[in-house]
Write a protein that binds this ligand. Structure first.
Ligand SMILES: Cc1cc2c(cc1C)N(C[C@H](O)[C@H](O)[C@H](O)COP(=O)(O)O)c1[nH]c(=O)[nH]c(=O)c1N2
Length: 238
């Protein structure tokens, strides 16, 4: 058995930061190649090892490879995306309509990660005050899977332009199970070097130093040394 207190080697630490910084939301670059079962199992294990409130583990994993089911999801997406496009006018709407925001059929497999809101019974440790902590926990499972996938060379795209009730009906979810994340998974032709929305001029990454406050909202931190290095990626410093 390995010692859980052994320090991470430099290489292990760099690998983790690399997965974090080079993870991308993928829509356009999927290849049709299937994901081998052992790789898929590792991704699901990574998700299942996420933290969860009261160790509730509220997630289930619905693997969707059926083309007819995925076509139904695309129809839900098209309907919601049309509504979303109408939130913009002029050039902005034109840009929106030219964004590719899902790879449901291009990817070889889709995965819906759900949150069973009743798992663990009526009183889940840590969930008595903030009831949404089951949803937060499930988001952490998504992120674990997303990072593990990046390390495996697999792209993940989150599709949320979907009517939740129609999605739940299509996947036959019981009433107490919430479809938290609809994900497209597959190998990719390339990982972009920056978020696709940034590359296409939709929105840019905010400067971290503007987001770090001291002792309350809006007050810049007094820690000048910290402020001066926030512009660099700390894993690449020195
Ligand atoms: C909860 C949630 C929901 C969505 C997303 C993300 C998350 C966290 N993202 C992906 C999102 O656009 C992307 O993460 C950002 O643009 C940043 O890019 P990278 O993920 O760093 O490549 C996303 N992308 C997309 O094309 N269609 C979508 O419906 C969604 N929905």
């Amino acid at each position: 058995m390995t010692d859980p207190n052994r320090p991470f080697t430099d290489e292990e630490r760099q690998g983790l930061y690399r997965a974090i910084h080079e993870r991308r939301d993928v829509r356009s670059q999927f290849l049709p190649d299937p994901i081998p079962d052992d790789v898929l199992a590792r991704l699901l294990q990574a998700a299942h090892h996420a933290p969860s409130v009261g160790f509730m583990q509220p997630w289930d994993f619905i693997l969707i490879d059926s083309v007819p089911v995925r076509e139904q999801i695309v129809a839900i997406f098209d309907q919601e995306n049309e509504k979303a496009a109408k939130n913009y006018t002029g050039e902005r709407q034109h840009t929106y309509r030219n964004l590719k925001l899902q790879g449901i059929l291009e990817s070889p497999i889709n995965l819906c990660i759900t949150c069973d809101r009743s798992r663990g019974g009526e009183h889940v440790l840590g969930r008595n005050s903030i009831v949404e902590t089951d949803l937060f926990s499930t988001c952490l499972a998504v992120q674990n899977l997303w990072l593990a996938a990046r390390a495996e060379g697999i792209g993940v795209g989150w599709v949320s332009i979907l009517d939740q009730q129609q999605l739940a009906n299509t996947l036959n979810l019981p009433e107490h199970v919430y479809p938290l994340a609809y994900l497209c998974l597959g190998y990719v032709s390339e990982f972009l070097d920056q978020p696709e929305l940034q590359k296409k001029g939709w929105r840019s990454r905010l400067p971290l130093e503007e987001l770090v406050h001291g002792n309350g909202w809006g007050a810049p931190s007094d820690n000048q040394e910290l402020r001066s290095i926030l512009t660099d990626r700390p894993d690449q410093a020195g």
